[in-house]
Design a protein around this ligand. Sequence first.
Ligand code: ZN
Ligand code: ZN
Length: 369
Amino acid sequence: MRMKAAVLHAYNEDMVIQDVAIADPKDREVLVRIAATGVCHSDLSASKGKSRAKLPLILGHEASGVVERVGSAVSKVRVGDRVILSWAPNCGQCFYCQKRFPTLCDVYGFAAGRGGLWDGTSRLEAQSGSIHHYSCVSSFAEYAVVPETGCLPIGEDVPFEVAALVGCAVTTGFGAVVNDARVEPGDTVGVIGVGGVGINAIQAAALSGAEMIVAIDINGDKEGVARSFGATHFLNPNTCDVTDAIKSLNRGRGADSVIECTGRPTAISAAYDCIRPGGIVVSVGIAGREEMVALPASTLPNTQKRVAGSNYGGGIPERDFDRILGLYRAGKFDIDRQIGKRIALEQINDAFRWLEQGVLARTLVCFDH
Ligand SMILES: [Zn+2]
Ligand SMILES: [Zn+2]
């Protein structure tokens, strides 16, 4: 089958909208007609070569759609199902899946490293040759072939735009708070970086009963949106000493947890300074490959502070999709307000530029099949 897709041929250059052949799904694969796909910072980073993704490449990993065709051995979804796509599908069998770290799945790691699907090969081809998959999704295209375990059926009542955002930013922010920081009622929580992930960390902290939720961002314009999603305080590191300010808020003790969403090494060490003894820094933002974090090493044993990495919300993404959609249906988790501009695939390069400029709500590419 042929389709329209946005193909990245060179880092730091615009993607090209072109005709691409997409192969039939193999035994345990599913062909999905993409309905909506968000434009996420990880796509932007990959387009600049920061994740060293193999070229040529179709980006896009935060998506929803409808099952169009299934491979012969597929049992989890049926043609016509509305689904969320996962950018870290898992095999359920390997060392990490057995250890309950499905986002670290070895089989997925092999596939993503090759820029292919489970067997490492691609289903995408242009006249110039094979095109790589991105995180087993590649949703900046009319269709995607994905592993069966990479789609979760969602029923009829969830809008496609909402489902797409649950596929990355929402689950990442929610899980960092619920699975990794394990925020408790009465906690003081800092969230550094009020973006697609940070907003969801703020919401999840509020839902978990945090007493104080301190949003931290160098862009003062983000205060309003941070507060509207549940932040009780807003600090701008350019105009105040964040560590002093947080300590003065809670009797000199420091935050119980800080969710760091920017990936800046200086922000990670600042987060460490902001937490109380026994507290935790959850590192979600992606730093550059060569960057290092400096911490006052002597304080690690006697303060019992912890620094933990969080990938895709640190839990089981498919389970968390369901939990989040349940909260959304109950009116307790606001995803509608996170939806920004809806654009056609042809505007994808503009959407990348808006993201770089710090657009507040998520831009979504929507397909009108
Ligand atoms: Zn993402
Ligand atoms: Zn696995």
